[in-house]
Design a protein around this ligand. Structure first.
Ligand SMILES: Cc1ncc(COP(=O)(O)O)c(C=O)c1O
Length: 375
């Protein structure tokens, strides 16, 4: 069996045609044609007024925090279980990350834990739609509106997911997406900031272009800011992928259904991604948490899968456990507080979830996985 990658895109002739067209024509007066089409179509898809294309989701979180005026002395709550990119921009702006626990079923931010983390210094919550799932947005909204706290929704992994028929990315003051090569919709590298708030949108456009508003006096900067722009080739690729988004999401859901069927006999021993009623999970990464009674942790599982030529990823480590945050006082509190994060993280792996995965390959992965668990 050839090596099975953990993730990867689904590129068709449409994407190749759009990118070729951008390479040939998106220059001079046409330099922005694909950005404009991609941004407009993306905002419409998410159901928000504005979308700004960026080089990454990390830069979208950075600009969200800056546009919200968050900085030194402020605290921002973020889930302990996520990729560090959700939290790193908090440090970029001089604020302090506060790591809240996750819900044992959705693996997304727990509203109860957020409530416990709030202090007079809390200015925002970054909630993360982990692995394509959605947190309980109603419960979170109760907490954030009670305290008047801004919300950034990190939908990097969740394009097309839904909570009560509303799309991921539309729940916060801003929503942010990643189009990294591993994501359901990819531009190779890339990101998007979406919002209904015109003030935040205008500020993000200003900050992404070295501190000058679009169409302003040439080479005349009123603030020192950032160069956070997407190329037209990436925008063209993104537009083509967005025009195929339903197909991409259906494939992800199909892949999950194959895993669910093949691993059904391990129910109670292996937990796969959850889909609460009223939620649509787009299963960016098919994830399995194995019962601790098997006595094998994620590194061991990955090593054994690797022997079968299967590429897996570890479930995210709690951010508060990483050397990067070793000296942070907030990480010490989190290590004691976040029981769920610390309980599930050692036993989770992401199984191959590439969009080009076939049913036969899923069967092979599942047989290998079961073989490791039941020697
Ligand atoms: C939850 C989450 N947030 C943020 C990011 C950062 O995205 P990017 O790599 O586009 O900056 C990722 C990317 O993997 C992610 O999974």
């Amino acid at each position: 069996m050839e090596r099975i990658p953990v993730s990867g895109p689904w590129i068709t002739q449409k994407e190749i045609d759009y990118v070729s067209d951008a390479v040939a024509h998106a220059w001079y007066g046409n330099a922005n044609i694909y950005h404009e089409r991609f941004e407009r179509a993306f905002a419409r898809y998410v159901g928000v007024r504005f979308a700004a294309s960026l080089p990454s989701c990390t830069s979208a979180i950075h600009l969200s925090l800056l546009a919200l005026g968050i900085g030194r002395g402020d605290e921002v709550v973020v889930p302990d279980i996520t990729w560090i990119a959700s939290a790193a921009p908090i440090t970029y702006v001089g604020a302090t990350p506060v790591f809240a626990d996750v819900d044992p079923k959705t693996w997304c931010l727990s509203a109860k834990s957020v409530a416990e983390c709030i202090t007079p210094k809390t200015k925002a919550v970054i909630l993360v739609d982990l692995y394509g799932n959605m947190p309980d947005m109603d419960a979170l909204r109760v907490v954030t509106s009670r305290h008047g706290i801004a919300v950034i929704e990190d939908a990097a992994e969740a394009i097309g997911s839904e909570f009560n028929q509303r799309k991921a990315g539309g729940f916060g003051d801003t929503g942010v997406f990643s189009f990294h090569g591993s994501k359901t919709l990819t531009t190779g590298e890339g990101g998007m900031l979406v919002t209904d708030r015109e003030d935040l949108y205008r500020r993000a456009l200003f900050l992404r272009d070295h501190g000058r508003p679009p169409g302003d006096k040439m080479f005349f900067n009123t603030e020192v800011a950032y160069k956070y722009k997407m190329s037209s080739m990436q925008a063209a690729l993104g537009l083509a992928q967005l025009e195929r988004i339903e197909e991409l999401i259906s494939r992800k859901r199909q892949i999950f259904a194959w895993y669910q069927r093949e691993l059904a006999d391990l129910e109670g021993w292996v937990t796969l991604n959850h889909e609460a009623s009223g939620t649509k999970n787009t299963y960016w990464m098919i994830t399995a948490i194995v019962d601790s009674k098997y006595g094998i942790e994620k590194a061991g599982l990955m090593e054994r899968m690797n022997e079968k030529n299967i590429d897996c990823r570890p479930f995210f480590y709690p951010l508060s456990s990483l050397p990067a945050y070793e000296d942070l006082e907030q990480a010490q509190y989190a290590r004691r507080r976040n029981k769920v994060s610390y309980k599930i993280s050692p036993y989770g792996i992401n199984l191959p979830s590439s969009l080009k995965l076939t049913e036969d390959k899923v069967k092979y992965v599942c047989e290998s996985f079961k073989g490791i668990l039941q020697p």
